[in-house]
Design a protein around this ligand. Structure first.
Ligand code: SOE
Length: 392
């Protein structure tokens, strides 16, 4: 493997999430828009973009050309058989994730698998066990964790600044399926799995809520609606367009969450507000450089100034204060940390020397399983109308 220059960019005076000192060789399964996002992040982490396999040789060839990947492979098997590849990104339709992630682990590759990790709890749990047994890095892109303001919120809540958490008010609203004829493979349960809006975006909201509070949903009551049962190429659609739910946390807080992919005008509105006995805290991913802090007397916006940030937030703050960071930046930081973890695990496997610990807040297959469990509970509650316990 090539050793590359790991010097920090000019002006940086702290350790940033810029990837490992050894260039990993990355392969991609899938040729859709998430492969574009993943490959940009891999490039930013200074990986070698080794190649791509997709549903057809033609789409793999086109993706290799468009994304500047070294080559295309005629099949997933051929990609996984290539010893020159260290890490695989699974960016395919949801119902294929578990199969490809398992095959990649079995081939000795580190894996970054898109969410949902699997479309059943049994499959997701099997993946967690397999990843643990191999010692390979296995991560799921819950990338909103990588906004500096999310880390700042987490540091403040966990330091007790908000007091005892009382209520949680969250929403994740999009409108890209708000047109009756708008269509996508995600609406089709055969490709997208039994849950759509919740598995696709509700999972991000719940991950963020549990990440920031270090608490867990213990039970929930959910209602779902399929507003458009027929779209252009899909009829008798069974997956949900929207979900409303009430949650109870282990620590005693209660919350309401609203998730919709049919909310006109809302492009990617992920908002989470946590109110404690002392303070409220609000993060809005469309205003990612701000954190709203509210008290009975006085309230404040924190802009992203490293001088004001907790170390874990400052580490991810890679451009000067006042210059907005966004979705791709968060994705880049996630991939950089995944690669740093993979490089450390590879080193440990070849030298027998353990690296110590993973990068702070890295979302692993265990977090992917957690999201699949919560998703299953949401569907169960929506079907029965009853409160459902969520297993840890
Ligand atoms: C589509 O709903 C989508 O791309 C999700 O799949 C992503 O997880 C979310 O971050 C943005 O919207």
């Amino acid at each position: 493997k090539t050793v590359i220059d790991s010097a920090a960019p000019a002006g940086a005076d702290r350790t940033e999430a810029t990837g490992p000192a050894v260039a990993l060789r990355a392969g991609f399964i899938g040729a859709g828009f998430m492969t574009t996002v993943h490959s940009r992040a891999a490039r930013a982490a200074r990986a070698e973009l080794a190649g791509v396999a997709s549903s057809s040789s033609g789409s793999a060839e086109r993706a290799a050309l468009e994304l500047g990947l070294a080559r295309s492979y005629s099949s997933v098997d051929a990609l996984l058989a290539d010893d020159a590849i260290d890490i695989i990104h699974v960016c395919t339709p949801n119902t294929t994730h578990a199969r490809f992630a398992l095959a990649a682990l079995d081939a000795g590759k580190h894996v970054v698998c898109e969410k949902p990790l699997a479309t059943s709890v049994v499959d997701a749990a099997a993946l967690v066990r397999r990843a643990e047994a191999t010692g390979l890095t296995a991560t799921v892109p819950f990338v909103y964790r990588f906004h500096p303001m999310v880390r700042e919120a987490r540091a403040r809540v966990q330091a007790g600044e908000t007091g005892r958490v009382l209520t949680i008010n969250g929403g994740y609203l999009q409108d890209w399926l708000a047109e009756p004829h708008a269509d996508d493979w995600r609406v089709d349960a055969d490709l997208g799995g039994p849950s759509r809006a919740f598995a696709d975006i509700g999972s991000h909201l719940v991950d963020l809520l549990e990440f920031i509070t270090a608490d867990r949903i213990v039970r929930l009551n959910a209602t779902t609606r399929t507003v458009y049962g027929n779209r252009s190429n899909n009829h008798d659609i069974a997956t949900e367009d929207l979900v409303a739910l009430v949650v109870e946390m282990r620590g005693g807080a209660v919350g309401t969450l609203l998730i919709s992919q049919v909310a006109p005008g809302r492009k990617n509105s992920l908002v989470l507000e946590i109110a404690g006995t002392e303070q409220s805290i609000r993060f809005d991913q469309e205003r990612p450089d701000e954190l709203w802090l509210g008290r009975r007397v006085g309230s404040q916006h924190i802009l992203r100034d490293p001088a004001e940030l907790a170390p874990d937030a400052a580490r991810l703050s890679t451009v000067p204060s006042g210059h907005p960071m966004g979705y791709q930046d968060a994705f880049n930081a996630f991939v950089a940390d995944s690669y740093a973890d993979a490089a450390a695990n590879s080193l440990a496997a070849s030298t027998g020397v353990e690296s110590g610990c993973s990068p702070e807040g890295l979302p692993t297959f265990a977090d992917g399983l957690r999201a699949v469990r919560v998703t299953a509970a949401v569907l169960e509650s929506a079907a029965s109308g009853a409160w459902v316990e969520v297993l840890s």
